[in-house]
Design a protein around this ligand. Structure first.
Ligand code: ADP
Length: 481
């Protein structure tokens, strides 16, 4: 192959490899960034969900506290006006034993400006709301104010011994993830980390410091798929770019190889033609010179003129063959008429009286629409090739024809040398000859089978070549009826 072409192919291959490597690198980087973003988002959401679970629990405790102080059998709420400060002072006192020295508390409410000497339903409700809100705020800050001993003990118990329900954490986490457009399934695992699965940071759900921690973490079994989903357009873009690059590379390679092939075919053709033209021309020149220079008797003159005529005819048939092939390429029409294929085959065979033909053809007429001359020449080209390339003593050409529906199947085989496997696809190309080095033992221009293929295409048919059994070449032809 041409050195420059080789270099161009190498450079293109390096470019394609570079594009693939860069695309791969960017895709891996994008994946890492997307994974980091995912990790940040789900960890943030997890922290928010746990915080919300704690505050939901504080709300629940505050509401329980409301039921305790609203219970008139257990607590008595009264009020009076403190004359010194001129404010209403509320008192909440335990009603049930055991009593301690802190069984009641009195306090005023800054926003309650009325002066009340006795409790009313409205004042009582305002006082209860005030206490509940104070407890809620204290719980948020992380401590409990002992209004009375019994209330304080109950609150401590509720605060430290009723654990956070993971069901609430799950619900809160789901809500937070939905807010962030993450619809992935997750599981809340206290300890175990499943390898290969994405897991959030662990968070302690213990209610007190300095006690055994109660770790919780979330595991996402399908996080990789989610991250890929996010990258789908960038991956699809990369894939499309790679496909386009491969296509361009392949297409350019194909063009380069076609160019190479054409150059080789051209060289072969010029070599062949030079040889084919040179031999008859040299013979004509030598013979004509001999005629010109020397006196010859009638007999010799006749012989020399016959040589000139024979070589001129050879040149003429060569130029006609090339011209015919060119004409056939430009003009696909022909003199189509209804003809009997059987008769055409017999006529083609008649030009080869010295060859043994085995015919398996239906005895009846096989009527087809065809250009008689083209079909006869096509068949003769095939028979001629068998004769030229057979290279065997007892050449035998086998012709079989069968009609299947509207299709005619014809097989023409010989017992010659056959065609090598990797040449089969090329022999129908114009000017293609199977390379034999510089030996031109058999004459030809590589146009015979090209002509055959063109005639068949012209008739709406096709041709392919396979190995004949046990040896030789088998051409399979189809023609429409
Ligand atoms: P050519 O003018 O060289 O005969 P063709 O187009 O007829 O060109 O054939 C192309 C090539 O196919 C030939 O060079 C020959 O090597 C090979 N070929 C064709 N027919 C046969 C055959 N029956 N047996 C073996 N080789 C064949």
């Amino acid at each position: 192959m041409n050195k420059n072409v080789l270099w161009a192919i190498r450079l293109m291959a390096v470019c394609v490899a570079g594009i693939i490597a860069l695309q791969f690198f960017y895709s891996v980087q994008n994946y890492a960034i997307e994974k980091r973003n995912f990790s940040k988002t789900v960890n943030e959401a997890f922290q928010v969900a746990v915080d919300s679970s704690f505050s939901a629990r504080n709300d629940a405790i505050s509401e329980t506290f409301r039921t305790w102080i609203s219970d008139t059998a257990s607590f008595k709420i009264t009020c009076r006006v403190n004359p010194k400060q001129n404010v209403t002072v509320f008192t909440i006192a335990e009603k049930l034993p055991p009593f301690s020295d802190q069984n009641s508390t009195s306090l005023s409410i800054e926003t309650f400006t009325e002066k009340r000497h006795a409790i009313t339903t409205k004042a009582r409700a305002i006082f209860i709301d005030h206490l509940v809100e104070s407890v809620r705020t204290d719980l948020k800050k992380g401590y409990v104010f002992y209004y009375t001993k019994q209330l304080g003990d109950k609150l401590e118990k509720e605060r430290f011994f009723v654990p956070i329900d993971t069901g609430i954490v799950r619900k809160e986490y789901r809500r937070e993830l939905d807010k962030r457009a993450i619809s992935l399934d997750f599981s809340l695992d206290p300890k175990q980390i499943t390898s290969g699965k994405f897991t959030t940071n662990q968070i302690n759900l213990a209610l007190k410091q300095h006690v055994k921690p109660r770790w919780i973490r979330a595991t996402f079994p399908h996080s990789a798929f989610f991250v890929f989903q996010k990258l789908k357009w960038s991956i699809a873009g990369s894939g499309a770019l790679l496909l386009l690059t491969f296509f361009c590379f392949g297409y350019t390679l194909k063009l380069l190889f076609t160019q190479e092939k054409l150059a080789k075919v051209k060289d072969d053709f010029i070599n062949n033609m030079t040889h084919e033209l040179h031999t008859p021309l040299a013979s004509i020149i030598v013979t004509a010179e001999a005629l010109q220079k020397f006196e010859h008797d009638k007999q010799s003159q006749k012989r020399y003129l016959e040589i000139i005529l024979h070589q001129s005819k050879r040149l003429d048939s060569l130029s006609s063959e090339i011209l015919d092939s060119a004409r056939m390429r430009e003009n696909t029409n022909g003199n189509f008429a209804s003809t009997d294929l059987n008769t055409l085959i017999q006529e083609a065979i008649s030009a080869f009286p010295e060859v043994a033909f085995d015919c398996f053809i239906p005895a009846t007429e096989i009527a087809i629409q065809a250009d008689r001359d083209q079909l006869i020449r096509m068949l003769r080209n095939l028979f001629d090739n068998s004769v030229k390339y057979a290279n065997v003593e007892n050449l035998n050409i086998r012709i079989s024809v069968s009609v299947v529906g509207q299709k005619i199947n014809m097989e023409i085989s010989d017992n010659g040398r056959g065609i090598p496997k990797d040449e089969k696809s090329k022999i129908f190309d114009a000017f293609y000859r199977i390379p034999t080095g510089n030996l031109h033992e058999v004459k030809g221009y590589g146009l015979g089978l090209h002509f055959v293929k063109q005639v068949l295409q012209n008739h709406g048919g096709s041709i392919s070549v396979v190995d004949a059994e046990p040896q030789g070449t088998l051409f399979k032809i189809t023609l429409p009826k």
